[in-house]
Design a protein around this ligand. Structure first.
Ligand code: PHE
Length: 454
């Protein structure tokens, strides 16, 4: 049996100071625009309850087992994602071409980051609007025109996109994660409190029940494979699965951490925040006659109405958008790290050089997204503009394919004793259920969804 001793590979990286810091940092990487921006608008576009139900099922039967697999692989390989797959393949005497699974994740992560920075930039723009008091007494029409004005201005979008890329590069190059770790301790509780305040405001609009029913009452006649594919992609996107970042964070996990508890805690936090965001946003959407299917602008068009009309709305609006920027920022950092680690470990680049190079590439690719909302909004491939295409290909194709390959690798390729030893699950029943989910449920479901969708 091939066993990796901790001494063999712990030298290159530091470690999280405790179980709790790891859970906090990984949750911070998972919680971001995916929960607060993307989940509500996808739910709105895909009809509500049924989408939410499929999303929850994907988190439960595929997301948690995959996250356990990724943390374990990362902790065992202790390298960038491609390097980790290569090392573990070697230890198990299988082909090192499996490193391409890590490579696929790195590319998906970089592509996601290119548009993620642009959307994070919208949040900065909205934070500034909040400070300038632009939301005061806003109604639906004014809020929509605020958003459209921003989208129509490539220069503004470019400015904020650039700010986010530079700040992310700066943090990754300087390794300031420690400070961020500390800030996250305050971010989470405050984000949750603010979402609860917004839910409270939602109740006063009189449309809370409607929103609740919209989110939790599935209409099974609406089912189609596109919805299933999008819900599955969103589950992977939101949990940060299959793009190398959880795997990369796993590389810093001490051996005494329980992978099972960590994976469950991270997934529950992430899912809870997404649902809370939905409950906060839809009452405002319905109360103001906005369309739930408005698309990527949904939270930016609905929340200013709430902040503009509720007591203490000015301060709460500033706080909310500040936290949204921060939540996005903890995710941009986790998205950049795998590709930088890959350049450093594979080509022996200096960390600064690797970070700047990746930052430049991501900034350039991000221009496609910046222009998708204005000058190039008519340039379409398969009916999708550049932003929609990058988003669709990464979330609905690359992440599920990556997830399937990770499941096959951990479930079928590497030796059972090896993974059992690394996972450190004492309970036989628990290990068997995990292995069943990874060997059968995950790959088979993904293949079925793909076959139908194509
Ligand atoms: N999960 C993050 C979010 O919900 C986005 C993300 C995707 C982060 C992939 C890392 C990797 O916003």
């Amino acid at each position: 049996m091939a066993t990796i001793t901790e001494e063999k590979r712990s030298s290159e990286h530091g470690q999280w100071s405790s179980h709790f810091t790891f859970i906090l940092a990984a949750s911070a990487a998972a919680v971001g625009l995916g929960n607060i921006w993307k989940f509500p608008y996808l739910t709105g576009q895909n009809g509500g309850g049924l989408f939410v139900l499929i999303y929850l099922a994907c988190v439960l039967v595929m997301g948690i087992p995959l996250m356990m697999a990724e943390i374990t692989l990362g902790r065992c390989g202790r390298r960038n994602p491609a390097g980790t797959f290569k090392e573990i393949a070697k230890d198990n005497n299988v082909r090192t071409t499996w490193k391409w699974v890590g490579g696929l994740g790195i590319i998906a992560g970089a592509l996601i980051l290119s548009y993620y920075c642009v959307i994070a930039g919208w949040s900065v723009a909205y934070f500034i609007k909040a400070i300038c008091g632009e939301f005061s007494h806003t109604n639906a029409a004014r809020s929509e025109s605020l958003f459209n004005e921003l989208m129509a201005s490539p220069w503004q979008l470019l400015l904020w996109h650039t700010v986010i890329v530079i700040t992310t590069v700066f943090v990754i190059a300087r390794g300031l994660e420690k400070g961020i770790e500390r800030a996250v301790k305050y971010l989470f509780p405050s984000l949750i409190i603010l979402l609860l305040v917004l839910i409270g405001y939602g109740i006063t609009t009189g449309y809370f029940t409607e929103a609740f029913v919209f989110l939790f009452d599935p209409d099974f006649t609406e089912i189609n494979t596109e919805t299933v594919l999008i819900a599955m992609g969103q589950a992977f996107f939101s949990l940060s699965i299959a793009n190398g970042s959880i795997l990369m964070y796993g590389a810093y996990v001490p051996r005494n951490v329980s992978v099972t508890t960590a994976a469950i805690a991270i997934s529950l936090t992430d899912t809870g925040i997404a649902l809370a965001a939905g409950l906060a946003i839809f009452p405002i959407v319905f109360a103001n006659g906005l369309s739930p299917g408005a698309g990527p602008g949904l939270i930016f068009e609905s929340l200013p109405i709430a902040f503009g009309n509720m007591p203490f709305g000015y301060s709460l609006g500033c706080l909310f958008f500040m936290m949204l920027v921060f939540a996005a920022f903890t995710s941009t950092i986790s998205l950049l790290e795998p590709s930088v680690a890959w350049l450093v470990e594979t080509f022996r680049f200096k960390r600064l050089k690797a970070t700047c190079l990746m930052g430049l590439i991501i900034w350039l690719v991000g221009l496609l997204t910046v222009l998708s909302f204005n000058k190039w909004s008519n340039i379409k491939l398969f009916g999708l503009n550049c932003f929609e295409l990058i988003d669709y290909v990464t979330a609905n194709i690359m992440l599920p394919v990556g997830a399937m390959l990770i499941a096959i690798f951990t479930g079928w390729i590497i030796c059972r004793k090896f993974i059992r030893h690394e996972l450190q699950i004492e309970d036989r029943w628990l290990f068997r259920s995990w292995r069943f989910a990874i060997r059968y449920i995950t790959p088979i479901l993904i293949i079925i969804v793909f076959l139908y969708a194509l």
